[in-house]
Design a protein around this ligand. Structure first.
Ligand SMILES: NC(=O)c1ccc[n+]([C@@H]2O[C@H](COP(=O)([O-])OP(=O)(O)OC[C@H]3O[C@@H](n4cnc5c(N)ncnc54)[C@H](OP(=O)(O)O)[C@@H]3O)[C@@H](O)[C@H]2O)c1
Length: 243
């Protein structure tokens, strides 16, 4: 059975691909840079004897990423899981971002996951497979920073809910992760309020849970408490928060 990892070239996606390869899963890895993907695939073949193929797609501008994935999966064993640890954020994603940049952020963080899930849904249902989506602690409450990114992540949460509403758990399993800070490109150079978690620890937990039924989880788990506190902060106090 095949697993597709979208956003497999760095951070959490790369760690998930490594964990799946270690467990012998045939893989299709997707990201924008063909050279990065080729190097990762070669490494996984050598270290784990894994069957790995790659697909380079710029999801900021690709109109139909789902069709490209369907074509790339031709000849693969049936699809068991689709993991979407793809994402991009910008330091200037406040309430002054220019429209083209807003479009790119939405394309990568929301349009691509939606389009890919739609396109691969029939195959996933056939195999009683799993869709694994990644939201963020940034989406708990709207702020004046990460405006577009957080809106896209709320969209991802809505997608997870729609999939669960439409499909019985024995037709499709839907996993939604609300992630806190991870030590990846996305947080590189940022002054974080709490230490960043290791992507390989998080990848291990995500892959361990793949056979399970639908669910929503915070990772690292302590961020469930952080989210609960942020949610109940009185509005006048929440408005004063700047980080
Ligand atoms: N890091 C955190 O603290 C944190 C916190 C909350 C949620 N998350 C979420 O966790 C997931 C994993 O994030 P991460 O920290 O591992 O991020 P990362 O290290 O920046 O990796 C993001 C992945 O997305 C791919 N990607 C970005 N733009 C793309 C494009 N235009 N076309 C194709 N692929 C593209 C990147 O590949 P290329 O750049 O090579 O294309 C890369 O493989 C994301 O959904 C993120 O939003 C992360």
């Amino acid at each position: 059975m095949t697993a597709v990892v979208v956003g497999a070239s760095s951070g959490l996606g790369r760690a998930i691909a490594t964990e799946l390869a270690r467990r012998g899963q045939p893989l299709l890895l997707v990201a924008s840079d063909a050279r990065d993907l080729d190097a990762i695939a070669a490494d996984l073949r050598i270290r784990h004897g894994a069957s790995v193929r790659t697909l380079a797609l710029d999801l900021a501008s690709e109109p139909d990423p789902g069709a490209r994935l369907v074509a790339a999966l031709d000849g693969f064993p049936p699809l068991a899981s689709l993991l979407l640890p793809v994402g991009m954020s910008r330091s200037d994603d406040d309430l002054g971002l220019e429209p083209r940049r807003i479009g790119e952020l939405l394309a990568i963080n929301l349009h691509a996951p939606l389009a890919i899930v739609h396109a691969l849904l029939p195959r996933l249902r056939e195999a009683r497979g799993a869709v694994v989506l990644f939201s963020s602690i940034a989406a708990v409450r709207g702020r004046g920073r990460n405006v577009v990114y957080a809106a896209a992540k709320r969209g991802i949460e809505s997608l997870a809910e729609s999939l669960r509403q439409r499909h019985a758990p024995d037709e499709l399993r839907v996993h939604l992760y609300r992630l806190g800070f991870l030590a990846t490109n996305l947080t590189h150079g940022l002054a974080l309020p709490t230490p960043a978690a290791s992507p390989s620890d998080v990848a291990h937990a995500v892959v361990d849970r793949l056979p399970r039924g639908s669910g929503r989880w915070y990772l690292p788990r302590r961020f469930a408490l952080v989210a609960a506190v942020v949610r109940v902060l009185p509005w006048p106090l929440f408005r004063t928060m700047r980080s």
